[in-house]
Structures are given as structure tokens and as C-alpha cells.
Design a protein around this ligand. Structure first.
Ligand code: ATP
Length: 368
């Protein structure tokens, strides 16, 4: 949890055993989830996992087939979208093209019957928030993508919803602008003290912005946690593989002493692991280790967990260099090294032999 979210309080939003089916297809499957006031919460998953459907049910655009959603103690079943204290910002921004920025923002406020002077104050307030005061009279097609995104944000904040729902909010921006906007959005969310729920398929975006992430797959939540929990302590191979890059070894638990586990891979490799608590002697388990937790060398290495193979790929990507080591059983071991100096001291050559190793506590033993 983020320090400003208080899990001892009642959750602001509660999904209770929510199921959504479309003509017999289950998009969301008996899902329960609590989200707290002031959290920046991300629903992360591949296309089709049900994350948008979950958001749309909270907004009131879809009705759960089973279960219910409670917001601030109130059951939302039967409450139409415009009466819910939530607002949704879409990826396409959905701005009215024929209306100025100010009129776009005024539209919803007018529908709610807000008086003109109050409306004007509110428009000025939200345009200031997103640093777009100077653009009030422009039409959307006279704005850049990033500016349109800000207007859409201003419009969705204007009604002061308790919860803002963001569906792939930065999807239309280029990489540089997206990175800047990520921090602007988290700063704004923090300053406003609002609850944001974002849907994204981009794990880096979820990691950068969210206080907590729910990793979704096939209508289920596979894991909920803070970004470090999800990345460093994935509970399954699915989550380890979906979030970030990972090496996964399959093996048999040959020995177990307390937490210490020895895994034997089918090709005769041996892995010593420090954290095999859930693994049982004699059963199959997996060892998942991130590429940056390994070291690679042109000389033989000492210690446990040393693998050797042929340098198969070297990709220089500026801040890091990625290596693929092709092991003798044909599998690929990924290693990444931060480029700390301008010239790399690593003398590795394509198609030559190299050694990689990792410490027993560098990765995790997984049992599913
Ligand atoms: P994306 O990132 O592609 O939007 P998503 O994870 O948000 O994917 P959803 O939009 O929630 O996925 O859809 C989940 C599943 O439900 C998909 O298989 C989709 O085809 C199906 N689905 C969604 N809406 C409908 C609908 N109105 N009618 C029928 N099937 C639907």
C-alpha cells in the first residue's frame, strides 16, 4: 500500500464476486477486489483479459451478470452512470470536435445544471490544473495529442468525481511525452487526493504510476501488489513472465533443507535456491530469475548456479546491454548489464563461450 492509502479504513470500492458474461463468454469471472481512498490503482493485463469490462461495470456502462459493486458503502447496482461519483477518461479522449476546449469542459457541467458563473470558475480551475489556461478557445484539432489528453483530463476532473477511471490514458502519446505525462498524472492525483483506477496493458506504465497493481488474466486477478511486490515476488510463472523479462528453469526438487532447495533440470543443470519454502521434495518446481540479477563473464565463474553457453545475441540499448546465452540444451539464458561506464569492460564476442551465474537468493522458487 502507498503510505497515504489506509487499509485499516473501509475500502472505497469493493467488487464482490463480480461475474460478467457476454453470450455465454465469461469476460470477468467471480472477481473480488478492494480499492482504497487515494490509491492509484492499475488493472494490468493483456488484450481481452477483462480489465476494461471491469472498469466499465464500475462506471455503469455494463451491468454485472452476478455479484455487486459497492462504492463508499453504497451498492451501485441499478444506479445509472451519470449518477455515479465516478468519471471515465477514454483513450480516444472523445472530445467534441466542433466545440472549443472551454465548451468541451462546460458540456457536462451544463447538463448537471451548474450556473454559468460557477461553470466558468470550474473551467478556469481545471484548465489551470492541467496547465492549459491559454488554450480555452482552441478547437481540439488545433491541439497536439498531449494537449488533447490534458483537455480530456480536465474535462473528466471538472465534476470533481470521487474516482477517476482511466482507460489506457496515455496510449496515444509518443514515448517521450508519455513518460513526462506519467509523472504529471501521478503528481496531480496525489495533490488532488483522488482515487485513480487505470487500465493498461503496458507493465512499465503500471509500474511507474500505480501504488498497487492487479495483474489480470482470463477474467481473473492473478496477483495484487505494489510494483516491487509484483516484480520481485511474483506468485506464479504467469505473473513473473507477464511483468518484465525473466529466465524460468523447470526442475525437480532433489533436496530440501528448511528453505534451501536443490533443483535439478532435465538437462542435468543444478540450481541452489534459498527460498523454496513452498516446494516439496520430489515434486516439480520452477526457478524464476530476472536477467539483471545474473552476471556474465568471458572467463569461467566459481560458486553455485553457474551456466555456460554460447553468446548468441548482444543487444546494446544505451543504458543496458542484453545478452542471450545459448545453453548446451538449446535454451536461452537472458542476462542484462547496466552500462555504467562509457566503454564496456566486458569482452564478450558473438558465438564464443561465456559463463553466467546468479546467487541462490537472486530469484524465486515457484510452485505454479
Ligand atoms: P483490451 O485491452 O483489448 O481492451 P481488455 O482486457 O480490456 O482488452 P475487455 O474489453 O474487458 O478486455 O474484454 C474482455 C473479453 O470480453 C474479450 O474477449 C471481449 O471480446 C469480450 N467482450 C467485451 N465486451 C463485449 C461485448 N459487448 N460483447 C461481447 N463480448 C465482449
Amino acid at each position: 500500500f502507498a503510505p497515504w492509502a489506509d487499509p485499516s479504513e473501509k475500502p472505497l470500492i469493493r467488487f464482490e464476486n463480480v461475474t460478467k458474461t457476454f453470450d455465454g463468454f465469461t469476460a470477468v469471472d467471480d472477481l473480488s477486489l478492494d480499492i482504497y481512498t487515494r490509491e492509484f490503482f492499475a488493472l494490468l493485463g493483456a488484450s481481452g483479459c477483462g480489465k476494461s469490462t471491469l472498469l466499465r461495470m464500475l462506471a455503469g456502462f455494463e451491468r454485472p451478470t452476478k455479484g455487486r459493486i459497492v462504492l463508499d458503502g453504497e451498492d451501485l447496482t441499478g444506479i445509472p452512470p451519470y449518477r455515479r461519483p465516478v468519471n471515465m477518461m477514454f483513450q480516444s479522449y472523445a472530445l467534441f470536435p466542433h466545440m472549443s476546449v472551454a465548451k468541451n469542459i462546460a458540456f457536462g457541467l451544463k447538463q448537471d445544471g451548474m450556473a454559468k458563473s460557477e461553470r466558468e470558475d470550474r473551467i478556469a480551475e481545471v484548465l489551470k490544473l492541467v496547465k492549459m489556461e491559454r488554450f480555452a478557445n482552441r478547437k481540439p484539432d488545433q491541439l497536439s495529442g498531449g494537449q488533447q489528453q490534458r483537455v480530456a483530463l480536465a474535462r473528466s476532473l471538472a465534476k470533481r468525481p470521487k474516482v477517476l477511471l482511466l482507460d489506457e490514458p496515455l496510449g496515444a502519446l509518443d514515448k517521450k511525452l508519455r513518460e513526462e505525462t506519467q509523472f504529471e498524472l501521478t503528481d496531480l492525483q496525489y495533490d488532488l487526493g483522488m482515487t485513480f483506477i487505470m487500465v493498461t496493458h503496458d507493465q512499465e506504465e503500471a509500474m511507474t504510476m500505480a501504488d498497487r497493481i492487479a495483474v489480470m488474466d482470463q477474467g481473473h486477478i492473478r496477483q495484487i501488489g505494489t510494483p516491487p511486490e509484483i516484480y520481485e515476488a511474483p506468485s506464479s510463472r504467469f505473473v513473473a513472465d507477464f511483468v518484465g523479462s525473466v529466465n524460468i528453469f523447470e526442475g525437480k526438487v532433489a533436496k530440501k533443507t528448511g528453505e534451501r532447495v536443490t533443483l535439478e533440470t532435465p538437462s542435468g543443470g543444478v540450481i541452489e535456491a534459498d527460498n523454496g519454502g513452498a516446494a516439496e521434495a520430489g515434486s516439480t518446481a520452477w526457478y524464476a530469475v530476472r536477467p539483471e540479477k545474473l552476471i556474465i563473464s568471458a572467463e569461467p565463474l566459481d560458486g553455485p548456479n553457474v551456466f555456460s553457453g554460447e553468446v548468441w545475441e548482444i543487444a546494446y540499448i544505451g543504458d543496458m546491454t542484453l545478452f542471450h546465452l545459448k545453453l548446451d540444451d538449446g535454451s536461452i539464458l537472458r542476462v542484462s548489464m547496466v552500462n555504467r561506464a562509457r566503454s564496456s569492460p566486458l569482452q564478450l564476442t558473438w558465438h564464443e563461450r561465456a559463463w553466467a551465474s546468479f546467487a541462490p537468493d537472486a530469484g524465486l522458487v515457484l510452485v505454479r
